[in-house]
Design a protein around this ligand. Structure first.
Ligand SMILES: Cc1cc2nc3c(=O)[nH]c(=O)nc-3n(C[C@H](O)[C@H](O)[C@H](O)COP(=O)(O)OP(=O)(O)OC[C@H]3O[C@@H](n4cnc5c(N)ncnc54)[C@H](O)[C@@H]3O)c2cc1C
Length: 480
């Protein structure tokens, strides 16, 4: 063999892991290089997806249990449940998921090398281990899947005690009474609802003009209603000037100003979580030496097969930019492996679902009503409110909407938008219907399990069909 390996992967997150699994299924010899001395799985398992979702699940269960069975005494949720209990659950999940990654790599005979990987030519990766020892490995192909990291704040310090980030929040000793979250992305908003569900008074400070601007406006209205209920406040268009301890008042003060009006404000808090803007991990991995092209923001440029400007080098996951999700990274890594092995694979189209793991979840796919309107597309909508579902009654929930954006001509779906329990799961019904051009008649001509949250599709389909049939009569004046 000309090279020691068929494929060398730099980074063991979802992009690297799935590429390794797929390549070994094709009988390829694979080496996985990971910089982290102890952990495999990257942000996916160690600092991002899995730990945050485990904490979310714990907080959501506590919230539900409390709503159902608490005696409504003055005791707050954070008095009843300790942060250490939530973290213990999270640790158990992370430990299981880590062992699953290891088990799969061993079972599929993927070799691993610990250390910093750097490409020295289009077929060689130089690995420097933690003692400074350097070893070179050669491969026919290289996949760069080094992920992304959060930028550090410039106006204050993350001390990992009072001010924590998405990694060090696992050191929080208790559920704080008051919390300031700095950051306006999905992760920041997810954590804001996690703590709000635990009874914490949360203020979120974001420099962006708007939060979750891509949401359908009705879904956002429902989210706003939920924020009021949880006393969660989002301040947009603000810049944080500093975070400092006020010993006289025995609290931490977050100083910020409104970017437009320049008005200065202060919030007193117990704890701060900072979510920095994420940047691709491209430093010192040999991109410049090989002349691999990056875009203006530093993300590696790839084609539809995830091949870079150097033929033997592929890139997948957060390092190539949008959407920067574990869900997409798994598929990108797999598609890259298929292309290297000359195997047929799917081509990703632009239309994939987004899942936001707030409490409750938000998920969407396809056109929003606002987009359909702006693009001058003829559309109708069908809505189901969760409070109309028996499943919601038995689940003790009343927040939620499922909204279908429908092509009135053929009754096929243009988009699905959901806020409510199980939104991130049931969105896949809509995804399947969109991909296969299925008419909403399917939803009323077939039996669906009852009671389920999926039943919202049927209710929304009836509502949409009524609207389509009564067009020009009841639903006039440009109303959908
Ligand atoms: C708080 C949070 C919550 C999230 N929640 C979700 C969610 O619910 N759903 C979802 O789909 N996505 C979620 N994400 C995003 C998801 O975690 C990332 O999109 C995903 O992990 C990116 O995968 P990756 O393979 O590109 O890189 P990563 O998972 O970041 O892995 C990259 C790996 O490369 C290693 N590495 C870096 N440089 C080198 C080098 N030079 N040599 C060797 N190894 C190197 C790193 O140590 C790391 O292990 C979340 C992220 C965060 C931060």
């Amino acid at each position: 063999m000309k090279y020691e390996y068929d494929l060398i992967i730099i980074g063991s997150g979802p992009a690297g892991f799935s590429a390794a699994m797929q390549s070994t299924k094709f009988g390829k010899k694979v080496l996985l290089v990971e910089a982290d001395e102890k952990h495999l799985g990257g942000a996916w398992i160690n600092a991002g997806t899995v730990p945050s979702k485990a904490l979310r699940e714990a907080a959501s269960s506590i919230y539900k249990y409390n709503q159902l069975f608490s005696d409504q005494s003055d005791k707050k949720v954070y008095h009843r449940y300790k942060m250490s209990e939530l973290l213990r659950f999270k640790d158990r999940v992370v430990s299981y998921e880590t062992s699953e990654v290891k088990r799969n790599l061993i079972k599929n005979e993927v070799h691993t090398a610990r250390g910093m990987g750097k490409m020295s030519d289009p077929h060689t990766v130089e690995v420097t281990d933690h003692l400074g020892k350097v070893k070179n490995y050669t491969g026919e192909y290289i996949l760069v899947a080094t992920g992304s990291s959060a930028q550090k704040p410039t106006t204050f310090k993350v001390d990992n005690k009072i001010v924590v980030d998405n990694k060090s929040l696992v050191n929080m000793s208790h559920v704080p009474r008051r919390l300031v979250i700095i950051g306006g992305g999905v992760n920041a908003i997810e954590y804001a609802t996690i703590f709000a569900a635990l009874g914490t008074k949360v203020n979120l400070l974001s420099s962006r003009d708007e939060y979750l601007p891509f949401l359908d406006s009705e879904i956002k209205e429902e989210f706003n209603r939920l924020m009021d209920r949880h006393r969660l406040i989002i301040h947009t268009g603000v810049h944080v000037d500093g975070v400092a301890l006020n010993p006289l008042r025995n609290c931490t003060e977050v100083k910020y100003h409104n970017i437009e009006t320049k008005e200065n404000r202060v919030i007193e808090t117990e704890q701060v979580i900072h979510f920095g803007i994420r940047k691709p991990n491209t430093d010192n991995i040999g991109l410049e030496k090989l002349g691999i092209e990056t875009d203006d923001e530093g993300y590696v440029k790839v084609d539809g097969h995830y091949q870079t400007s150097v033929k033997s080098v592929y890139a997948a996951g957060d390092i190539i930019g949008f959407p920067g999700l574990a869900s997409a990274s798994f598929t990108q890594g797999r598609i890259a492996s298929c292309h290297m092995a000359d195997r047929e694979s799917i081509k990703l189209t632009g239309s994939h679902p987004f899942g936001i793991y707030t409490i409750p979840e938000i998920s969407s796919i396809g056109l929003t009503e606002d987009e359909a309107k702006a693009q001058g597309i003829d559309y109708a909508v069908g809505r189901a409110y969760y409070k109309e579902l028996t499943k919601s009654s038995v689940s003790n929930t009343d927040i939620g909407i499922l909204k279908l954006v429908i092509n009135p001509e053929n009754r096929q779906l243009l988009g699905v938008h959901i806020i409510g329990d199980s939104a991130c799961d049931i969105i896949h019904i809509g995804q399947t219907m969109i991909k296969n051009n299925v008419s909403i008649n399917y939803l009323i001509d077939n039996i669906l399990n009852y009671p389920t949250f999926s039943e919202a599709y049927r209710v929304a389909a009836f509502n949409g069909i009524n609207r389509i049939e009564k067009r020009g009569l009841k639903y006039q004046n440009g109303k959908s």
